[in-house]
Design a protein. Structure first.
Length: 132
């Protein structure tokens, strides 16, 4: 399956810290589902992200909810669970929440912060046109 064209619609927020922007780009490039964005598309995604702080033990994503954001964890650890059972612990520098955006489905797992950390949501709608 090839992605022929990708449209991104979003509100722009600019993260001024260059190291944060670099970390976001690396997290997106390491994600198997979105690593094939070209440089312009990747920059557009990074340019619309903004930072927010979430306290420890707060859910960022709840399994079964509608999904409207992609997240990149800047600091801390994240507990990923499905059906109330912990699957794994994810560290900073990873993106998550993309499945609900890419496949227009409900959240497939829950994610909560284990420590105080920063998370970066992105407000966007992805429209893919598949050609092969």
């Amino acid at each position: 399956m090839c992605i022929h064209r990708l449209k991104i619609f979003f509100d722009h927020f600019e993260i001024e810290d260059l190291s944060s922007r670099r970390q976001i780009r690396e997290a997106l490039r390491s994600n198997d589902l979105i690593k094939n964005l070209d440089a312009v598309q990747l920059q557009e995604v990074v340019s619309c992200m903004h930072e927010q702080t979430v306290p420890a033990n707060c859910y960022i994503i709840r399994e079964g909810d509608d999904g409207g954001h992609l997240y990149v964890g800047e600091e801390g650890e994240f507990e990923v669970s499905k059906g109330g059972k912990r699957l794994y612990i994810m560290g900073a520098g990873r993106c998550f929440g993309e499945l609900a955006l890419l496949y227009n489905c409900k959240r497939t797992a829950s994610v909560k912060g284990r420590l105080n950390f920063y998370w970066i949501p992105i407000c966007l709608v992805l429209v893919f046109f598949f050609t092969c």
